[in-house]
Design a protein around this ligand. Structure first.
Ligand code: SAH
Length: 353
């Protein structure tokens, strides 16, 4: 058992099973044994690789899209440039390189929303003049230009199984001293009533209240002060089924096997998030795939320009990176992009044809 498994087993033995969301939150952010607190998760030596770590093209094109939106909205000098869940800081580093080419934009100070002190140190190496905050609500007021890549998939989800007399919540309990999934007693749940006509008995639906709260805060700011938010993550529209997954050293793992030592994620359901955006008075662009988004922003032309200046030894990796980011069988279709802008302004480049 991992140290965190021992702690969780003792807690469950004392006070009963915990929700999948509690389990996920402990695994990722436990102050001593949490995955993001202790592990170097990214890159070749870590457990997974993200788009900005695959190629500089990803961050450059995101920077271009945000920079264009900033120009569209009159290049406000009071703009707040922000990233949520910045990982190693690579994405913001690439964004800043592009923004440095726009007169006025180079003055924008990057704000990073990061929970892990260890990752803050790592980010400081690539984005030395960043400012850190603990939550979106703590960002300074002003037109917000924000990106979040592979952040929402790390937020804890609850799982509910449809039963004849309501919904049972999937829980983490103990079987013979080891962590095991179980089900709570079924009960009607008002918040899931809209799923009754599109699920059948035994179906699992997932909810992510923290994601909704964070998107609410982003959209309210975009409505009030202007700006834009770009959410990029794997997932889809209308959650159905168990999408909880663990990854350890680039291979799938049983989600209960190595708490604190494997990355745990769930697919992002963009449908309720787009609903929150509309309620806050902002506009959610139609959900776009990452492949289409990057092609619309000109990734092929950028890839060719970089290739011309590249030593032949690097060319093979570069072509593979382009494919990995955009091909439908790689990240191209699984990853989705949701653009959020104020009413009456241009959508973020790449999010619409
Ligand atoms: N965007 C990066 C890293 C994604 S991993 C990339 O594309 O490479 C998820 C990031 O979100 C990590 O930096 C993690 O520490 C951070 N994170 C996870 N939960 C968080 C929370 N509740 N609040 C703030 N940051 C969080």
């Amino acid at each position: 058992m991992t140290p965190l498994a021992e702690i969780l087993a003792a807690r469950i033995a004392a006070t009963g099973p915990i929700t999948v969301a509690d389990y996920m939150a402990e695994c990722l952010l436990h102050p001593v044994h949490g995955y993001y607190t202790t592990q170097p998760p990214f890159g070749k030596d870590g457990d997974f690789t993200t788009a900005p770590e695959i190629s500089q093209m990803f961050g450059e094109l995101v920077g271009l899209a945000l920079g264009q939106t900033w120009l569209d909205q009159g290049a406000p000098a009071t703009a707040v440039l922000a990233e949520v869940g910045p990982g190693r800081g690579t994405l913001m580093q690439d964004i800043l390189r592009v923004l440095a080419k726009l007169p006025g934009a180079s003055a924008l100070r990057p704000h990073l929303v990061e929970a892990s002190p260890r990752l803050r140190d790592e980010q400081a190496r690539r984005v030395p003049d960043a400012l850190w905050v603990d939550s979106v609500a703590e960002l300074p007021n002003g037109p917000l230009f924000l990106v979040a890549n592979e952040f929402f998939d790390a937020l804890p989800v609850r799982q509910f199984v449809r039963a004849p007399n309501g919904w049972s919540e999937r829980m983490v309990g103990l079987t013979e001293g080891s962590l095991a999934f179980g089900l709570s007693q079924a009960a009607p749940i008002t918040a899931l009533e809209h799923r009754l006509d599109n699920t059948k008995m035994g179906d699992i639906v997932e909810t992510c209240a923290p994601a909704q709260r964070i998107v609410q805060e982003m959209a309210a700011r975009v409505t009030r002060y202007g700006g834009a938010a770009l959410l990029i993550d794997y997932g889809g529209w209308h959650s159905l089924g168990d999408t909880l997954q663990a990854v350890k050293t680039h291979a799938p793992d049983n989600p209960l096997a190595h708490p604190g030592e494997a990355d745990l994620t769930a697919h992002v359901d963009f449908e309720p998030l787009a609903g929150v955006v509309a309620e806050a008075g902002a506009v959610a662009a139609p959900l776009t795939t990452q492949g289409v988004f990057l092609e619309r922003l000109g990734i092929t032309a950028r890839a060719q320009a970089l290739a011309r200046a590249m030593p032949p030894a690097q060319l093979e990796n570069h072509i593979a990176a382009h494919r990995r980011l955009t091909h439908p069988e790689e990240m191209g279709n699984l990853f989705k992009v949701l653009g959020i802008t104020p009413q009456g302004t241009a959508p973020i480049a790449g999010t619409v044809p």
